[in-house]
Design a binder for this molecule. Structure first.
Ligand SMILES: [Zn+2]
Ligand SMILES: [Zn+2]
Length: 607
């Protein structure tokens, strides 16, 4: 849809977006063995073969059904190509596949007053034949898989079983789209596979592609057929059914013994300043903007710390400030800095030699580090990432507590060997942290390892092998800087303002705006929400259809002077041609028409 709106080929748009995403993931320190797309030939081939297997196994049937069709655009309107009023909650901008307001899944034909997303016309109903995946046949097998999966959390299990409670329904596999993977079924010429029904298969085709590149074309099978192999999926909770029901059902339908998902790590929702993230409404911070406000590691820490495991969580810049300043700067950064500075200043930049016999406090501190390392490892194994992040910060807190209790800055004057022991122990915390923070903050981990001269990349278990006495460290520099929420808000507004301001005057001059006088006004025969206006714009009379019926009656409008955009490409709205638009102010969603400050002749230019 975005490509149609921009007037470019879908491929052109997705190429551009893909390379942008690749760049951003890299800048965020997110790495992949194979970051690919479902445009790849390997994927297309795999999907067609895969579906033919399912077809031959008897899991696919056809049905002729009513679908919405836009006569103006000459296309069927599946999924998001149609918008209208939600039959459940009355939200007026629900999409054909889902209502954004109440979250319910929809069929396009359920929408009240459907409109084409591209041109706004009212669609007609036409029959079309489609291919369906026979999910009900797999109901029992899928249910057993979900109930018997020992790894799924209660939330994932309940969400999935609830979804199945009323029985699985067959799922449409094909679309009348011009783009997408051509459906391989006999007689399905011109149909493509519905994107969500092939995208999940990308997990497998990406593995195949990866091993093809390694020159081991059979290697992928280890991951998908060896019962010892585990696949793990990180998703938001609204995607659970696709991963616990539809994807496993597709795999089962091949009867080839594919491994089903071992676990699905589904998060609850994250909100932004108590609002739902929305690209359309500009709610949220985009990946590229974020990096202009603070280093990637700050965001990674905050987002992992706030990962909505088990409950919905709110992100706010106030909380972000607190996490960066108090956790990263004052706790983690400060502990590392004071330890290394002590080594640098008092022990010639070398890890000091501890006393041959450690004191009770010192042994306890090392034992605590070992326990915390075990707990962090365990949390990660259980995919409790938020918990692991909290525990990593606990390591830094424990280190600070230890330094404060032992006060080496006092010991150094009276009992220097004891001070050496304390700094030796604290250095082991620093070493462990340089590895424990790697998955959370890879850029900071690398900086820290450079400070303490560690050869990289270290392994996870290296965290507990000691930095030996005499090991040199470099002069420490602070790893973090404080941030201010107000400052971030200001910068963000500035960034966005700059984008809005960059409209060229020549763009504006393309608009032929004039004063017009409404000469005729009537409700649309289709719907009283819309009015049809005939407007005198000086050299001609133009017709305009607008959604004004709820705010103005035709009698109100007749004779009024209005501001008209006259050089608009004609569109069909409510079965009528509309070739103009009126300018109005937005009064909390209610349009208020603009008029000239004193009477002027219709046709006067507005500039
Ligand atoms: Zn249309
Ligand atoms: Zn709704």
């Amino acid at each position: 849809m975005e490509a149609i709106k921009r007037g470019v080929k879908p491929r052109e748009l997705t190429d551009k977006v893909h390379s942008e995403i690749v760049r951003l993931l890299k800048e965020w320190g997110i790495g992949f063995d194979n970051y690919t797309r479902t445009e790849s030939e390997t994927h297309k081939r795999f999907v067609r073969d895969f579906y033919m297997k399912i077809y031959n196994n008897g899991f696919i049937f056809t049905k002729v059904e009513s679908h919405l069709y836009c006569e103006n655009c000459e296309r069927f309107l599946p999924d998001r190509f149609v918008v209208g009023t939600c039959p459940y909650c009355g939200y007026p901008h629900a999409r054909g596949d889902q209502c954004e307001n109440c979250g319910r899944l929809l069929e396009p034909t359920q929408l009240i007053e459907p409109r084409c997303s591209i041109c706004g016309s009212k669609p007609v109903v036409r029959e079309s034949k489609h291919w369906y995946f026979d999910l009900p046949k797999l109901q029992e097998a899928v249910q057993r898989y979900i109930e018997e999966n020992p790894n799924f959390t209660e939330a994932v299990k309940n969400y999935s079983l609830n979804y199945m409670r009323e029985g699985l329904k067959p799922r449409a596999l094909t679309r009348d789209n011009k783009w997408g993977i051509p459906a391989p079924f006999p007689g399905a010429d011109g149909k493509t596979i519905y994107v969500w029904m092939e995208a999940v298969l990308g997990y497998i085709s990406a593995t195949i592609e990866y091993f093809e590149r390694l020159g081991d074309p059979e290697g992928w099978k280890k991951f998908w057929f060896d019962p010892e192999a585990r696949t793990l999926y990180f998703i938001g909770k609204d995607n659970i059914p696709f991963h616990t029901i539809i994807f496993p059902a597709l795999l089962l339908a091949t009867r080839e013994g594919y491994n089903l998902p071992w676990d699905v790590s589904a998060t609850e929702f994250l909100t932004y300043e108590r609002k739902k993230f929305s690209k359309t409404h500009g709610i949220g911070i985009w990946m590229d903007e974020a990096l202009k406000l603070a280093p990637a590691d700050y965001w990674r820490y905050a987002l992992l710390y706030l990962r909505p495991e088990g409950k919905d969580t709110d992100f706010s810049l106030r909380v972000f400030e607190e996490l960066v300043n108090s956790h990263l700067n004052d706790t983690l950064g400060n502990f590392i800095h004071r330890t290394l500075l002590f080594v640098w200043r008092n022990f010639d930049g070398r890890i000091p030699k501890p006393a041959s016999e450690l004191g009770e406090e010192d042994s306890k501190a090392l034992e605590k580090l070992r326990i915390l390392h075990g707990k962090i490892t365990n949390a990660l194994e259980r995919i409790k990432i938020k918990e692991a992040v909290e525990l990593v910060m606990e390591v830094a807190r424990e280190g600070n507590r230890y330094l404060n209790t032992r006060a080496p800055w006092k010991l150094i004057k009276t009992r220097p060997e004891e001070a050496a022991t304390v700094i030796y122990v604290a250095s082991q915390y620093v070493k462990a942290l340089s590895i424990l923070i790697e998955p959370i903050m890879p850029f900071t981990a690398e900086k820290l390892r450079r400070l303490i001269n560690l050869q990289e990349p270290p392994s996870w278990d290296d965290a507990l092998s000691p930095l030996e006495p005499g090991h040199p460290v470099n002069k420490p520099k602070p790893l973090f800087k404080k941030v201010k929420a107000e400052e971030l808000v200001r910068k963000l507004e500035e960034m966005r303002g700059a984008v809005v301001k960059r409209v060229d005057v020549s763009e504006f001059r393309k608009l032929d705006l004039r004063i017009g006088r409404v000469v005729e006004a009537s409700y649309c025969p289709e719907s009283r929400k819309y009015v049809i206006l005939r407007i005198d714009v000086g050299d001609r009379v133009v017709q305009m259809v607008g959604r004004l019926g709820e705010h103005y009656s035709p009698e109100d409008l007749k004779g009024k002077l209005v501001v008209v955009l006259t050089n608009l490409k004609p569109r069909r709205i409510c079965e009528q041609v509309s070739e103009a638009m009126l300018l109005a102010a937005d009064d909390e969603g209610t349009p208020v028409l603009l008029k000239p400050e004193k009477d002027v002749e219709p046709g006067s230019k507005v500039f």
